[in-house]
Design a protein around this ligand. Structure first.
Ligand code: FHN
Length: 457
């Protein structure tokens, strides 16, 4: 069977690049196939919503005349613990409507939601036995916000996960490493065992009370959190929920914002932050780029640097074309609302996904050495009686009406997803496929062509 030139390039590109591999959760017990099965829904999902919500939403980015803070405001504005705790008395999200948030995520084409349960500030967004520094005990709202969101998310058919910071600026076990510097924390050796027990109490509550399917660790760079601690935590969590998906930030291995761990580190997926890797990581490597919609993770009322609809749609395409997931972040307000500009962008992405979602969900990277000049390509391998399909995401519509790509295989059908009833003329010339396109792109942000490859008999 002739392998299409495009896929041959892809395979050679991939084989040439030694790729880091994360450890299966329990190396002895889980095979690569078993991990692939456990990760399948997550890998097919390709697109999720990240929510950074905590006491930092009360100051909303501003403190003593400075306006560029986010969720690090306690550290960056050097707010003493006792003063920061007083934000809790002002956290009363009366407008919180978890069903509305879940509907917005689903309408955007998102398949999972990850929300901060406890950020570095140490404030727990649910009624936990692990610390009384929590939303039920310290705020006028008087109850947790995570389980209601988890239930709402599942009512929309989506998956739910929680973010959890290992570093905790508030817990008495930890202190800053210099006067007025909280990050990274140092731990009091006499309290580490108690703090880890409290972590396990809290994480067990989160798994059992919210049904979380993803544990998104962060704040892992503290030097007192060892690989042994991480592997003990993974084993503990696997014992609670064997199919739990845990990111690579369960241990300090991501090497900064690039987020890619080296061979054999604990965790299930790599976590590039505020960036998309230049190329895919190859088969069997799971990764997710977490990116803010404006400039801050936590709500900042002055931050109007919202990414455009086009930038966000093309970012999602770029990530999927490299075989990754996009976790797109919004910081809710202290009142419990998602900012209007964020909702507008979710709506725009959702309208694009309604037409083109099949070109994102369940697709794989072609692992091309580099993307075509006119856009990106995602791929659905043959299976379940379906032939192999390539999705050509055209950002720059050809002025001469001919789209060219290095593909030697025979094409059974070429259609625009926006006009699936209209077959496009496809010709092979000099090892290239030439597609005759209509004069106007159906979608200026990204128009998608589905190529169904002929099955060799
Ligand atoms: O310090 C955090 C930051 O506040 C934010 O939560 C991001 C999101 O991935 N993670 C850490 C920085 O890598």
């Amino acid at each position: 069977m002739r392998v299409p030139l495009l896929l041959l390039i892809a395979t050679l590109a991939w084989l040439g690049s030694p790729v880091p591999r994360l450890d299966a959760a329990t190396p002895a017990a889980e095979t690569a196939d078993a991990k692939a099965e456990r990760m399948q829904w997550w890998a097919d999902a390709r697109f999720g919503l990240f929510l950074h919500w905590g006491l930092y939403a009360v100051p909303a980015g501003e403190w003593k005349g400075k306006r560029d803070y986010g969720e690090w405001i306690m550290e960056e504005a050097d707010i003493p613990k006792a003063e920061y705790e007083r934000f809790a008395s002002r956290f009363d999200p009366k407008k919180y409507d978890p069903d509305a948030w879940a509907r917005a995520a689903r309408a955007a084409g998102m398949k999972y939601v990850v929300i901060t349960s406890k950020h570095h500030e140490g404030f727990a967004m649910w009624d936990t036995q692990g610390t009384d520094y929590n939303i039920a005990r310290r705020t006028p709202y008087g109850k947790g916000v995570l389980a209601p969101l988890a239930d709402a998310v599942r009512r929309q058919g989506l998956h739910f996960g929680v973010y959890y910071s290992i570093m905790d600026w508030h817990d008495p076990s930890q202190r800053g490493n210099k006067p007025n510097v909280l990050n990274p924390t140092l731990i009091d050796p006499a309290q580490k065992a108690r703090y880890v027990r409290d972590m396990k109490t809290e994480l067990k509550e989160l798994v059992q009370q919210t049904g979380a399917e993803i544990l998104w660790f962060d704040g892992e760079w503290v030097d007192w959190w060892t690989r042994e601690d991480a592997e003990d935590m993974v084993a503990y969590l696997r014992g609670l929920k064997p199919d739990l998906i845990i990111n690579n930030r369960v241990f300090n291995s991501r090497g900064g914002m690039g987020g890619i761990s080296a061979e054999g580190m604990p965790g299930d997926f790599h976590t590039p932050e505020q960036e998309v890797p230049a190329a895919g990581l190859g088969a069997g490597e799971y990764w997710e780029s977490c990116i803010t919609m404006n400039r801050h993770w936590g709500y900042n009322r002055h931050d109007q640097a919202w990414k455009s609809d086009r930038e966000l749609i093309r970012m999602l395409v770029d990530v999927a074309s490299k075989g990754g997931n996009l976790l797109l972040n919004i910081g809710p307000t202290a009142d419990g609302e998602l900012p209007a500009p964020a909702l507008q962008r979710l709506d725009a992405i959702g309208r694009w996904m309604q037409v083109n979602g099949e070109a994102i969900y369940g697709t794989q990277s072609t692992a091309l050495a580099q993307a075509p000049a006119w856009g990106r390509i995602t791929r659905k391998p043959a299976g379940d009686g379906q032939p192999e399909r390539l999705y050509l995401h055209v950002f720059d519509w050809p002025t001469d009406g001919v789209l060219r790509l290095p593909l030697a295989g025979k094409v059974a059908e070429a259609v625009l997803l926006a006009e699936p009833g209209v077959a496009l003329r496809a010709e092979t010339s000099g090892g290239e496929l030439h597609l005759q396109l209509p004069p106007k792109a159906p979608d200026a942000d990204a128009s998608v062509i589905r190529l169904t490859l002929a099955q060799e008999h």
